[in-house]
Design a protein around this ligand. Structure first.
Ligand code: NIG
Ligand code: FE
Length: 425
């Protein structure tokens, strides 16, 4: 049996519970001082004040702990639940630096897409990459995420569009999940763009996904979620509704890229269909906000995307005041958000979007877990949850934003094992 004691942390800070936190509830995080966490076989058995935890292990002093328990010293450090990056597109071929510069000179994201660039250019590159290359790049990106405290990441397909390349992307994630400590949750996003082959027949492409690709993805157990880019130049509300309804019938959980550039009512649609999350929401309407607040659907905001596209942020503060439950994710992808920076995201959320630090922490942990239908297993530090823990270099969680846009992760525990430790300089 694997036994691990994380002893004498300056702080343990965590939201609590196994469900989405909405509105004011997002502020409720527990702060324990001088506290410890005990795990067996990857699961948290108990946590609390140092003396209490020692006592439950039959010891009065740390020196009396049985020899088969591995001890990690938490002195001077803050323990937080492992971060959940619940929206990324981290498996892709090629880069789009030219397009980034074109945007800086005034071209819009949709203009570039209309001219055959954007997502389609990453599709061309991803189709040309072998599985080994996608795997090697994916592994490097996962290492980088882990070093920033990410213990669970969602990854989408959507840069293949045809059956072979969508399966390739999803297979690469499945293989990476076997060998890398960061847990990967896969999403089929065939409805990311209409591929060139179907340029004049978008309805035919929707039929192809529903009749050919989705049954295969399901049969091979390559994805848990199905997502749609509901947007002008991509898929309209009716196509999105149809595709996601069919996906639900096949047993997929569902998500929507909603109201990013135009408000097509994607937020409302996500609530109506019982989606796990509606993501982006830069242009969310009052109506969609009210619908999401009434629902169990997580409203995922992706500040790095708004930042990189130079667009106004989603109205996070107003959404929380309206009673929505927000998650924060990076949207890491080669186009609209070529950054996986957790520190930048937290700084933007708090300094620019008006979220409080406890709200941002809840959004990056428990609500991120809810967006992946895993709030019963991860997202908080409580008895019965997975031992997924981030240790910060500092003794107080407020350094997360005070040390602005800086990675202050010292080490990471996944499933009760130390899987990352920053090299001391
Ligand atoms: O979430 N908006 C659609 N999909 C991605 C961008 C993908 C890309 O530009 O390659 C997003 O922003
Ligand atoms: Fe996205």
């Amino acid at each position: 049996m694997d036994k691990l004691l994380l002893y004498n942390c300056s702080q343990i800070v965590t939201p609590k519970g196994s469900h989405i936190k909405k509105g004011k509830e997002m502020d409720q995080v527990e702060v324990m001082q001088n506290a410890s966490i005990y795990m067996e076989d990857g699961i948290i058995l108990f946590l609390g004040a140092n003396e209490e935890v020692l006592h439950r292990l039959g010891a009065a002093y740390i020196e009396q702990i049985p020899g088969d328990i591995m001890v990690i010293d938490g002195a001077g450090r803050t323990a937080l639940p492992g971060f959940v990056d619940s929206h990324t597109h981290f498996i892709f071929g090629g880069y789009r630096e030219v397009e980034f510069m074109e945007r800086l000179s005034g071209a819009s994201y949709l203009d570039i897409m209309r001219k055959g660039g954007g997502i389609q250019s990453t599709v061309n590159a991803t189709r040309s990459y072998g599985e080994d290359r996608l795997f090697a790049d994916g592994r490097n990106r996962l290492h980088d995420m882990l070093s920033q405290g990410v213990t669970t990441v969602e990854g989408k397909s959507g840069y293949g569009l045809d059956l072979a390349c969508e399966e390739k992307q999803l297979r690469v994630m499945k293989e990476l999940n076997k060998v890398h400590p960061v847990e990967i949750v896969s999403t089929y996003l065939g409805a990311h763009a209409v591929p060139l082959e179907y340029k004049n027949d978008p309805a035919g492409y929707v039929t192809y996904m529903v009749e050919v690709v989705m049954p295969k993805v399901k049969e091979k157990n390559l994805a848990e979620f199905c997502d749609v880019f509901c947007e002008e130049e991509a898929f309209d509300t009716e196509q999105s509704r149809f595709l996601l309804t069919e996906a639900k019938k096949m047993g997929f959980e569902i998500k929507i890229h909603a109201d990013e550039i135009y408000d097509l009512g994607g937020g409302r649609l996500a609530a109506e269909l019982g989606a796990a999350s509606a993501d982006h929401l830069l242009m969310i309407s009052e109506e969609s906000m009210a619908a999401l607040a009434e629902s169990e659907t997580v409203a995922s905001v992706l500040p790095c995307t708004a930042f990189c596209l130079n667009k106004p942020f989603a109205p996070a503060k107003k959404m929380i005041e309206s009673g929505c439950g927000l998650a924060l994710a990076t949207d890491f992808n080669p186009g609209s958000s070529f950054t996986n920076s957790i520190p930048l995201m937290l700084s933007l959320a708090v300094l620019k979007m008006g979220m409080t630090l406890p709200q941002a922490l809840t959004a990056l942990t428990l609500n991120g877990a809810a967006a992946l239908k895993r709030a019963d297993k991860i997202g908080t530090l409580e008895a019965g949850k997975q031992g997924d823990i981030v240790l910060l270099e500092y003794p107080d969680y407020r350094f997360l934003i005070y040390h602005t846009a800086k990675n202050i992760v010292h080490s990471v525990i996944k499933n009760g094992h130390l899987v990352y430790k920053k090299e001391e300089s």
